[in-house]
Design a protein around this ligand. Structure first.
Ligand SMILES: C[S@@+](CC[C@H](N)C(=O)[O-])C[C@H]1O[C@@H](n2cnc3c(N)ncnc32)[C@H](O)[C@@H]1O
Length: 451
């Protein structure tokens, strides 16, 4: 076997993250996006004495459990790679993948509980960020998700099956508007052009929709017609705000100051009976019905904490803290984004909760400066995880119990190893399928300080 060679291989195992594993010539070969039971033709990108890595060129034989993808964009779009896997099998693969990580990292647990389903399988996302681009270099203006395996090319995913159907309608309208305007997409490398992104957010339990169109300031367009047409769309929900965001920066992200073209720059969502005001840039779990399941598991893992002071780290808009507040003596939350902190405190007032307080802080830099003395800690870090240097400072609070919510199982393992070294044992683990049809999974872990 050598680099760039094409091989045909049966996938016999799966590993985090989204790797199919086969065995050839005494080597373990890891192939991104290949599924258990498939036979794939792969190009090898790395070959070592005992291992190799490769990427799928084509699926030679599908796994016997595979079905037709529901989404018409599946073959082109880089969005959901598990559309051909029946949902029960997706759950099994995710659960096994996380269990396998515990085993490989030699982290033991008392109980690994069955994975929880998302309450809805399709149209579950409350936030979509679409990119403007072209289907291939120099082609017509497109708006949607990046093409499978391509960094620049964009597919018009107007019938996406994980975005809300309202989001799909708004997507189509903005695509037509942008094409008719005659303005070009923003060219990332040359830094010229106009249209950059479209962001659509929706409160599932309130129906409120917030739309942001991101452009450069190199040109200008009159949005009056678009606003009128958008407000006239037949939607399940109701548009409460339309923003025009100005981004002349280098980063390919939704960012920048904005003008409000219509309504307001926030929407409301209701989760487990509480109301949350969510500003345009605040984090909010992308599967809100799944979030109700997730937060219920956190509440269950926390148990009766009526006499306990809880510290919620990476608190976002303060959802977890407020949901567990009725069960706790006091909740103190810390979050990086000031906007989200303001929302969290405002939300607590809105919900008549008086024992929750949120502050702004960078937990990677200043955990040790926090003066709050918690009895229990809840952490819910971003996908890039918590560096162990910062996690050690969290463990230094020496609380008896920690509830850890993670959307990055590998990062979780790194932290759990350290927690084990510092005397904590894992009592319970439960996965929640917050992201059906993708390889991603949320994991909740309860840690106890061993006596
Ligand atoms: C997965 S979200 C959790 C939010 C909240 N628990 C929820 O469920 O809505 C992670 C949060 O961590 C915040 N964050 C990222 N880096 C941080 C840092 N260095 N210090 C504090 N918060 C940070 C993000 O802004 C985001 O709100």
């Amino acid at each position: 076997m050598k680099k760039n060679e094409k091989v045909e291989i049966l996938i016999e195992d799966m590993r985090y993250s989204n790797l199919g594993v086969g065995y050839l010539e005494g080597r373990e070969v890891k192939i991104k996006n290949a599924l258990l039971g498939q036979v794939v033709e792969a190009s090898l990108s790395k070959v070592k004495s005992k291992t190799a890595k490769g990427k799928v060129n084509k699926v030679v034989k599908r796994a016997d459990y595979e079905i037709e993808a529901k989404c018409e964009h599946y073959n082109e779009c880089g969005g959901c790679s598990r559309q051909t896997v029946p949902i029960e099998k997706q759950l099994e693969l995710k659960n096994n993948m996380v269990k396998d990580l515990f085993k490989r990292n030699e982290i033991s647990y008392e109980e690994f509980e069955p994975i929880e389903k998302s309450p809805i399988e399709y149209y579950y996302r409350n936030k979509m960020e679409y990119s403007f681009g072209d289907e291939s270099f120099g082609g017509e203006l497109n708006l949607g998700m990046h093409k499978k395996g391509h960094f620049y090319d964009v597919v018009n995913t107007i019938n996406c099956t994980i975005a809300s159907e309202d989001s799909n309608k708004i997507h189509k309208l903005v695509l037509d508007f942008a094409r008719n305007s005659g303005k070009a997409k923003y060219h990332i490398k040359r830094h010229i052009g106009y249209f950059r992104h479209l962001s659509v957010r929706k409160g599932f339990n309130t129906g409120e929709i917030l739309v942001g169109i991101v452009t450069t300031t190199q040109e200008d367009v009159n949005y009056d017609e678009l606003v009128k047409d958008m407000l006239n769309l037949e939607l399940d929900g109701k548009i409460v705000g339309i923003l025009r965001i100005k981004n002349d920066g280098w980063g390919d992200v939704v960012a920048g100051e904005y003008d409000i073209l219509f309504g307001r720059d926030y929407y409301y969502e209701e989760i487990l009976g509480l109301k949350f005001k969510v500003s345009f840039y605040s984090f909010f779990q992308t599967n809100p019905l799944g979030a109700e399941v997730l937060y219920s598991v956190v509440k269950e893992y926390l148990g009766d904490a009526k006499d306990k002071k809880i510290m919620e780290l990476f608190s976002g808009t303060g959802t977890i803290g407020q949901i567990i507040s009725e069960n706790s003596k006091e909740v103190f939350g810390v979050e990086l984004i000031n906007d989200a902190v303001e929302m969290a405190n405002e939300n607590a007032k809105l919900n008549n909760i008086t024992n929750c307080h949120f502050i702004q802080g960078d937990l990677f830099k200043e955990v040790d400066k926090l003066e709050f003395k918690p009895d229990t800690i809840i952490v819910d870090p971003p996908r890039y995880g918590i560096p162990n240097k910062a996690f050690k400072k969290i463990l230094d609070f020496n609380v008896n119990e920690i509830v850890y919510v993670s959307c990055n199982p590998q990062g979780l393992m790194d932290n759990l190893k350290l927690a084990n070294e510092m005397g904590y044992k894992v009592t319970k683990v439960r996965c929640i399928d917050m992201f059906p049809h993708t390889p991603h999974v949320e994991t909740v872990v309860k840690l106890k300080l061993a006596l």
